[in-house]
Design a protein around this ligand. Structure first.
Ligand code: PRX
Length: 582
C-alpha cells in the first residue's frame, strides 16, 4: 500500500531552524574537511574520541553544562556536567594505567546503564584502550565468545553479573583484571583478579594525561552476527568520531539547547555512536534511563527531563502503539520537537501513528554496526515518505547492485544495497578475520547484506536481508550461534534456526530440532531446551518456538538449508533444491 508523503509544511518542527537547511546544496558542497574543522585534533593530527566528547568542552563555556541526566531504575536522579565526566573519566583512566592496562588492550563493560559504565568507557578510551560494551542481558556463553575472541584483558561489571563471568573464567586466560562497580553497596567479597571500582576511583587523581591516539588507532569493538560462525568483532577507530559528530548534528539535528534521549544500550552500536559520541561531541545534554521499556515510564522520562530530541527503535514504537493513546495523554510531551528511529524497518503506520498521537512523525534512518554512523536518513528539511529509510547522508554514496554485485541497477529495481567505501566511521576490520572483512567488498563497493530499492528521487526502501541473519527487535542474531547453543543440549542431535515474522518485534526465532536416539519429543523437553538456551544466550536470541522434526534438510555438503526450512514454514516456493541431500 502506498502512503502519501508527510509534507514538511504539515509538521510543526519549524520552531528550531534545522542544522541542515538545503539537502541538495549540502550534499554537493560537502567535504569531511569542513567537519574536521569543528573538532579539536592533537597537534600531530591525532585524535581521541574521549577528548572530543568530553575534555575539549572543559576548555569552553560548556564546561559546567549538564552532559548527563541519569535516571536510575528505582527512580534515582543524578546529574553530571562535562567537567564532572572529564574528571571522573580521568580518575578511571589513571586507575587503569596503575593496573598496567595499556594502549590497544581490550577493555569491556558488562553492566546496566549506570553512570559508571559511561565513565569507564570514556576512561578506557583515554588510555588508548579498545572498548567493548556488552549487554547486561548476555548469558555466560555470549560473554565468553566475545571476550575470548579478542582476548579482552579488563572487564568492568557488577556483583550481580560477575557470577556469570565466574562460570566462564577458566576459558578466558587473557582476562586478568575485573573491576566491580558496586554503586548500591551490596555485600560482596572480591575474588582473585578483582578490584573495587569505588576504591580505585577514590585513590586515583583527577588529572590525567590523555593518550595521544592516532586517527587509525582502534577504539571500539562491537560484536555483530552474520550468517555463519560466531559473532564477529566490528572494529572502529578514533577517526570515527567525525561521522558520529556530523550525523548527530545534521540527521538528529542536535542543537546546543536540546535535551536528547537515545533509548539504546551501549551494548548495541546505537548506544555508543548516538548514546555517547554523537550527542556529547556536539556538547548536547542527554538523558540516560537505566530502566527497560515501559510506555508510562518512557513518557514520564520525556516529561520530567523535557526531552526535545528522541532517538529510538521500531519495536519500541510498535510497543508504544500497542499501549495506545491513554498513556500519551497522561503526560506532557510538548517538549519534543524531533524524533528518529533506527534498527529495523519502520512501518508507515508507525510514522502516521506518531504524527497523529504524539504530534510528530518518527524520522527513519538506516545504518549498521559496520558503517559506524547513519548512512541513509530522513532529514528535518525533507518530506517524509512513510516506509522509506530516506536519502543518503552527505559524503555517502549508496547504490543498488545486481545479483552478482557487479552492475548498478536503475531506480525501482530491487538488489543488493551497497555503499561506496571510505567514510571516516566505516569499520576497519573484523577482529582477527581479515578475509571475512575483505569478502564484504566488491571493487569500490561495500556490500551491506541488505536488499533494497531506490526510487527516482533517491529515496531508499528496505526490502529484507540478503542472508539468513535474523532481526528481532533490532538485535541481529546469527542462526549459527543459536544452533551451536542448542546442540550442546544433551538431547539435541541437530538444529536449524530461522526467523519467522512477528507483528511486534519483526522476527522471532524458530528452531527445528532433531533429537538423539533415546529421546522422544515432549512439551517438557521443549521447555527444557528453551531454558537451556536462555542460560547460554542473550534473551532475544532464544527460540520462541521449537519444532521437533526427524531430520533437517541439508545440502549434499552437509549444510543445513535454512532457506528451505523458511520456505516450508511460510508456505513459500521452495526454489532451487538441486543441492538437497538425498
Ligand atoms: O538489516 C538492516 C537493519 O539492521 C541491520 C543493521 O543492524 P546492526 O548492525 O545491529 O545495527 C546497527 C545500528 C542501526 C541492517 O543491515 N536495519 C537498520 N536500520 C534499518 C534496518 N532495516 C530497515 N530499516 C532501517 N531503518
Amino acid at each position: 500500500m502506498d502512503y502519501e508523503p508527510i509534507r514538511k509544511t504539515e509538521i510543526n518542527e519549524t520552531a528550531v531552524r534545522p542544522n541542515l537547511l538545503d539537502y541538495g546544496k549540502a550534499r554537493q558542497g560537502f567535504g569531511w574537511e569542513d567537519i574536521n574543522k569543528e573538532l579539536d585534533r592533537f597537534d600531530d593530527g591525532g585524535i581521541n574520541i574521549a577528548y572530543e566528547v568530553v575534555d575539549r568542552h572543559v576548555k569552553t563555556p560548556m564546561k559546567d553544562k549538564i552532559a548527563l541526566y541519569w535516571e536510575g531504575k528505582n527512580g534515582e536522579s543524578e546529574e553530571y556536567t562535562f567537567h564532572d565526566l572529564s574528571k571522573l573519566s580521568n580518575r578511571f583512566a589513571g586507575a587503569l594505567r596503575n593496573l598496567d592496562v595499556r594502549k590497544g588492550d581490550r577493555v569491556f563493560t558488562y553492566m546496566d546503564r549506570t553512570p559508571e559504565q559511561y565513565i569507564a568507557l570514556l576512561g578506557a578510551l583515554k588510555i588508548g584502550g579498545v572498548i567493548g560494551p556488552l549487554f547486561s542481558a548476555f548469558g555466560p556463553d555470549a560473554v565468553k565468545d566475545r571476550l575470548g575472541d579478542c582476548e579482552a584483558k579488563v572487564l568492568i561489571t557488577t556483583p550481580r553479573l560477575v557470577n556469570t563471568v565466574h562460570e566462564v573464567l577458566d576459558d578466558l586466560p587473557a582476562l586478568n583484571t575485573i573491576i566491580i562497580v558496586n554503586r548500591r553497596g551490596v555485600p560482596y567479597d572480591l575474588k582473585d583478579k578483582e578490584f573495587s571500582y569505588e576504591t580505585l576511583m577514590d585513590a586515583a587523581p583527577e588529572e590525567f594525561e590523555i593518550e595521544k591516539t592516532h586517527a587509525e588507532d582502534y577504539a571500539i569493538i562491537h560484536y555483530t552476527s552474520g550468517t555463519t560462525g560466531k559473532p564477529k568483532g566490528v572494529v572502529h577507530v578514533h577517526e570515527a568520531i567525525m561521522g558520529h559528530y556530523a550525523t548527530a548534528k545534521y540527521v538528529l539535528d542536535l542543537h546546543q539547547d536540546d535535551i536528547y534521549w537515545c533509548t539504546a544500550d551501549p551494548g548495541w552500536v546505537t548506544g555508543t555512536s548516538y548514546g555517547i559520541f554523537g550527542p556529547w561531541s556536539n556538547a548536547v545534554s542527554q538523558v540516560v534511563y537505566e530502566g527497560g521499556f515501559g510506555a508510562g515510564h518512557w513518557y514520564r522520562v520525556i516529561e520530567k527531563y523535557k526531552v526535545t530530541v528522541w532517538y529510538t527503535a521500531p519495536t519500541a514504537i510498535r510497543m508504544l502503539m500497542k499501549s495506545g493513546e491513554k498513556p500519551v495523554r497522561k503526560h506532557d510531551l510538548t517538549s519534543l520537537r524531533y524524533m528518529c528511529s533506527v534498527g529495523e524497518p519502520l512501518n508507515p503506520e508507525a510514522v502516521l501513528w506518531s504524527k497523529e498521537v504524539i504530534g510528530l512523525p518518527f524520522h527513519d534512518n538506516w545504518w549498521q554496526t559496520e558503517t559506524g554512523c547513519i548512512q541513509i536518513a530522513n532529514y528535518p528539511v525533507q518530506d517524509i515518505r512513510p516506509g522509506s529509510m530516506g536519502r543518503p547522508f552527505m559524503g555517502v554514496t549508496p547504490t543498488i547492485l545486481d545479483d552478482n554485485c557487479e552492475k548498478e541497477l536503475p531506480p525501482g529495481e530491487e538488489g543488493h544495497l551497497a555503499l561506496k567505501a571510505g567514510w571516516p566511521s566505516m569499520f576497519r576490520t573484523y577482529w582477527n578475520k581479515k578475509e571475512l572483512y575483505e569478502s564484504r567488498f566488491k571493487g569500490d563497493w561495500y556490500i551491506t547484506g541488505d536488499r533494497a530499492t531506490m526510487d527516482e528521487d533517491g529515496y531508499f526502501w528496505f526490502v529484507g536481508r540478503a542472508d539468513d541473519v535474523i532481526n528481532s527487535g533490532g538485535h541481529l542474531i546469527g542462526p549459527f550461534e543459536v544452533e551451536s547453543a542448542l546442540i550442546e543440549h544433551p538431547a539435541v542431535a541437530e538444529a536449524g534456526v530461522i526467523g519467522i515474522p512477528d507483528p511486534l518485534v519483526m522476527e522471532v526465532i524458530k528452531a527445528f530440532v532433531s533429537l538423539k536416539d533415546g529421546y522422544e519429543p515432549s512439551d517438557e523437553l521443549m521447555r527444557d531446551i528453551k531454558k537451556f538456551a536462555r542460560k547460554k544466550l542473550h534473551a532475544v536470541a532464544c527460540p520462541r518456538k521449537i519444532q521437533f522434526i526427524p531430520g533437517l534438510p541439508k545440502t549434499k555438503s552437509g549444510k543445513i538449508m535454512r532457506r528451505l526450512l523458511k520456505a516450508r514454514e511460510l508456505g513459500l516456493p521452495e526454489g532451487d533444491t538441486s543441492t538437497l541431500e538425498e
